[in-house]
Ligand binder design. Structure first.
Ligand code: NAD
Ligand code: DAU
Length: 375
């Protein structure tokens, strides 16, 4: 790798100005922060529609704010995307923007089809025109990196080997199907038009700035407030948990040294059941607040009606990215969860703003009260 103040060269690929989509969300904002700190030469254009999951408060205290431009806009807005590519001379796309909550996709899949499939198609078309048809850059100097999920592979039985890059796709939820569809589009644009694409399929992330509709932040905030902790079904479902900064480092390594046309699986190799991970979070809170009226916090756990079509087990085999790009997770589940709990405890203003947002309350009422009795 050769670095100068304005240019970063990796094996012939020059990364100057990135369009990061969904960079006001959980992983996207962590990635913006990470990239600005490890890459002194790059500029970032951050395109985000600021849906309920997007939050400008995720982008305060960036390490180099002068190298970051925020644009509020939709990835389905073809003319906006085309204008940004030209105006900022974009040579790298990192595409995070998506509807991401499986439960919401079960109630209302339509927005998932729009953003996750049509949005990805819109970006691909615009980029193909700019990079391939108009030859704005040499194709050796550009990259479209698509952020995807392990959910495209479906559900594992207890004895099945973990998902590898060659595991056949078998998405089960509307969310997973929309992500699978977008992966296929990205791959097809690489195969047919020669667009330099790469895809990473990652397992469940947790860490700072995650919106509290997802299991870990929901449990932290509910437990702190003495509210019940809803566990779907028997709670023995298994996820492969990864601290978000480890995911960010993996994406950076794929951009820096990954081979165009390739897919990389990313995961934490930590596979507790849901009930186990909730109990770990509860025990961290017991240690932080030994005098709380809610100790032991695990007494707040309640079984609720299961998620329809709930995938039983995910596990990732990350041998490829470890062997080829030298990546492995730095955080253990214990250290990552300690950091996560402490972040939510320290960032009271961020938490208060989100908890005051009527859209979160509406979601909780609809999802947990209408057909789930958690008493
Ligand atoms: P998130 O829900 O926290 O954030 C999504 C962001 O995308 C928000 O800022 C939102 O405003 C923005 N967005 C949504 N629709 C948009 C649109 N039409 N145009 C522009 N911006 C839009 O999501 P996340 O958890 O950070 O996930 C980011 C990506 O990583 C997604 O593609 C997701 O599928 C993938 N992923 C997530 C996980 C996980 O555990 N969270 C794991 C693997 C992969
Ligand atoms: O595997 C990667 C995926 O991880 C990402 O692609 C998704 O965007 C992300 O949301 C996440 O999906 P999950 O459905 O696995 O995450 P969630 O936090 O919603 O749920 C984790 C597990 O906990 C899952 O088995 C459902 C269960 N759960 C979740 C909630 C919100 C509960 O038992 N109770 C709850 O209240």
């Amino acid at each position: 790798m050769i670095q100068s103040a304005f240019r970063v060269l990796y094996f012939g690929y020059a990364m100057n100005t990135l369009l990061i989509t969904g960079g006001a969300g959980f992983i996207g904002s962590n990635f913006v922060r990470y990239l600005l700190s490890v890459e002194p030469g790059v500029r970032i254009v951050n395109l985000d529609a600021l849906t309920y999951a997007g939050n400008l408060a995720n982008l305060t205290d960036l390490p180099a704010p002068d190298r970051h431009v925020f644009i509020r806009g939709n990835v389905c807005d073809d003319s906006l995307v085309r204008r940004l590519l030209r105006e900022y001379d974009i040579d790298t796309i990192v595409h995070f923007a998506a509807e991401t909550h499986v439960d919401r996709s079960i109630y209302g899949p339509s927005q998932f089809i729009q953003t996750n499939i049509v949005g990805t198609f819109t970006l691909l078309e615009a980029v193909k025109q700019f990079w391939v048809d108009e030859k704005a850059f040499s194709l050796a100097d550009v990259r479209f990196h698509h952020i995807s999920t392990d959910e495209v592979y479906g559900s594992l039985g207890p004895e099945d080997p973990p998902f590898s890059e060659t595991t056949p796709y078998a998405p089960n939820s509307p969310y997973a199907a929309s992500k699978a569809s977008s992966d296929h589009l990205v791959r097809a644009y690489g195969h047919t038009y020669g667009l330099p694409v790469s895809i990473s399929n990652c397992s469940n992330n947790y860490g700072p700035h995650q919106y509290p509709e997802k299991l870990i932040p929901l449990v932290i905030l509910n437990a702190l407030g003495g509210q019940l902790l809803p566990i779907y079904g028997d709670g023995k479902q298994i996820r492969d948990w990864l601290f978000v900064e480890d995911h960010c480092e993996a994406i950076w390594k794929v951009l820096a040294a990954g081979i165009p046309g390739e897919t990389y699986n990313i995961g934490g190799s930590t596979q507790p059941s849901n009930i186990e991970i909730v109990e770990i979070v509860c025990s961290i809170l017991d240690e932080r607040f030994p005098d709380s009226a809610y100790v032991p916090h695990k007494s707040l756990i309640r079984s609720v009606v299961d998620r329809p079509g709930h995938d039983r087990r995910y596990a990732i085999d990350h041998t490829k990215i470890s062997r080829e790009l030298g990546w492995r997770p730095r955080e253990s589940l214990d250290s990552g969860l300690q950091k996560t709990v402490d972040w939510y405890l320290a960032n009271t203003e961020w938490v208060a703003t989100i908890l005051d947002d009527p859209s979160l309350e509406a979601w909780i009422d609809k999802h947990y009260s209408r057909d789930r009795d958690i008493q």
